[in-house]
Ligand binder design. Structure first.
Ligand code: FAD
Length: 458
């Protein structure tokens, strides 16, 4: 009996329920990853994410090889490829861990067609702490506000303990041929702009665990007080590892609580941030289809969850203004530093993400989906749930959104959170010499008037 294990957003061996089931139930394993740039349900990856994926797959392949299992790489529409590889390997089982966005519809179709062929197709818990259908209000509807959502999560039975790496894995006798990872050209060559990404990040399961340990040992004690200051390395920097499933949120949860028991460190604030990730995914789960390009305008990948904002009077993006924002040349230090940190290293500090997103959507009055698309292309942690969720939160049109009248003033924010200038000096020391792109006061008034116009609309 052969189990085909289809790896997706779970590029690890530990806490991998599908792999564990394969190890327990089948005589041999085939491990498969499909680069699917064809199916309508999958969102094409951005540039920084493609770089990460290449690195992560090469590490997963090495980790599997150490256990004697080859990783089969194939490119194409998932439904066709999984069926082909199942046939080539004469798989009796096809197992995968769940995804919670639009891809789940593709997964459901595939499961049904595999079962019709007599194959035992099964899905297992995915990269969330709580399955979205288990968290509901007293009336059975999904939560729209974070605080009661997280409170309800904490009242549920604790997430299951993470599974260890299976002790024994046996490769199936029939191993289908793999494509070459390099042939997928996930990494940039001419020009190779990924140097800054490689300097900052080490993708893969081993590095993910290392980041968690470093965080719990060194950063967790000061996290609550320090996390809003971008010049300080106070966060866990786990977001890309969580995005790619190199570490599971269950591992994060249980290790954090173990550290709290051992050392007395307070991990409540940190876990509540992981709760925001959970809330973003639950929100997407309950607004099916908003994460897909086919539903949106050209160049924009997603739809908003609040139809009231469909008629919002966004300005047509002025090419010069948009380019100044993207390149970090607005003349506002913290905005420029954030946008350059993003461009150079594939990451931006959370508070600065809020400031730069507010600047685009309020001071420039440019559609949040334009900014979302830029972040999607440039973030190593670009996530189909968290990215649109947070953009809508900042621009005042999402779930539990910041009120629309909350326009971050980048100068006040810089004064509060980068008073010594450490962050701006590091990423955009020349910003102070640049003319300021907009008048903050005038553009704030313009944004408030625009929001008022839809608020008053019948
Ligand atoms: P920590 O402070 O160590 O938090 C621990 C973990 O909690 C993070 O790794 C992350 O998985 C999760 N988390 C924390 N804050 C949030 C949040 N607001 N929403 C969802 N999850 C959160 N995060 C992404 O993972 N992918 C994205 O595409 C993304 N896009 C964003 C876009 C905007 C406009 C904004 C304002 C925020 C976005 N975030 C996104 C959330 C947040 O900025 C990052 O998760 C965080 O900066 C990652 O740093 P960290 O790992 O050190 O976080």
């Amino acid at each position: 009996m052969t189990a085909l294990i289809w790896f997706r957003d779970d590029l690890s061996l530990a806490d991998h329920a599908a792999l564990q089931a394969g190890a327990e139930e089948a005589g041999g394993i085939v491990a498969l990853y499909v680069l699917d740039e064809e199916s309508a349900e999958t969102r094409p990856l951005g540039g920084a994410a493609r770089w990460w994926l290449h690195e992560s797959l090469s590490r997963l392949r090495a980790d599997l090889a150490a256990l004697g299992i080859p990783l089969v790489l194939r490119r194409g529409a998932s439904e066709r490829i999984v069926a082909e590889v199942a046939e080539e390997s004469r798989a009796t089982h096809v197992f995968w861990n769940r995804r919670y966005g639009s891809e789940r519809h593709l997964d459901a179709r595939l499961k049904a067609s595999m079962r019709e062929r007599g194959i035992d197709a099964r899905s297992f818990r995915g990269g969330l702490l709580f399955e979205p259908w288990t968290v509901a209000t007293a009336t059975g509807t999904p939560y729209r506000v974070y605080t009661p959502f997280w409170r309800a999560c904490l009242a549920l039975p604790a997430p299951a303990a993470p599974l260890p790496v299976p002790e024994t894995l046996t490769a199936a006798a029939l191993q289908p041929a793999s494509e070459a990872l390099d042939a997928w050209q996930l990494q940039p060559t001419r020009p190779n702009w990924a140097g800054g990404l490689a300097d900052r990040w080490t993708p893969g399961e081993t590095a993910a665990l290392g980041s968690l340990d470093r965080f719990l040992d060194e950063r967790a004690p000061g996290y609550r007080e320090r996390r809003d200051f971008p010049a300080i390395d106070a966060g866990s920097e786990l977001s890309p590892h969580l995005r790619w499933g190199e570490i599971s949120p269950r591992t994060v949860w249980h290790r954090a609580l173990a550290a709290a028991t051992e050392t007395g460190v307070d991990v409540g604030t940190f876990l509540s941030e992981v709760g925001w990730r959970e809330f973003a995914s639950h929100t997407l789960f309950h607004h099916t289809g908003v994460d897909r390009a086919g539903n949106a305008e050209p160049g924009l990948h997603v739809r908003g969850i609040n139809p009231q904002f469909d008629g919002f009077p966004w300005r047509r993006p002025d090419a010069n203004e948009l380019a100044a924002w993207q390149r970090g040349e607005t003349g506002f230090g913290v905005v420029d530093a954030g946008m350059r940190e993003l461009w150079q290293s594939g990451f931006m500090h959370n508070r600065v993400r809020m400031i730069t997103a507010s600047f685009l959507t309020k001071n420039l009055l440019i559609d949040w989906r334009v900014g979302e698309a830029w972040f999607w292309d440039t973030l190593v942690d670009a996530d189909a749930a968290s990215n649109p969720f947070n953009w809508q939160w900042v621009s005042g049109c999402g779930a539990d959104a910041a009120p629309y009248f909350r326009v971050f003033n980048p100068e006040t924010q810089q004064h509060k959170f980068d008073r010594d200038g450490g962050y701006v000096d590091r990423w955009a020391p020349d910003s102070v010499m640049l003319p300021q792109l907009v008048d903050l006061r005038e553009t704030r008034v313009r944004a408030l008037a625009a929001y008022e116009s839809i608020k008053l609309a019948p």
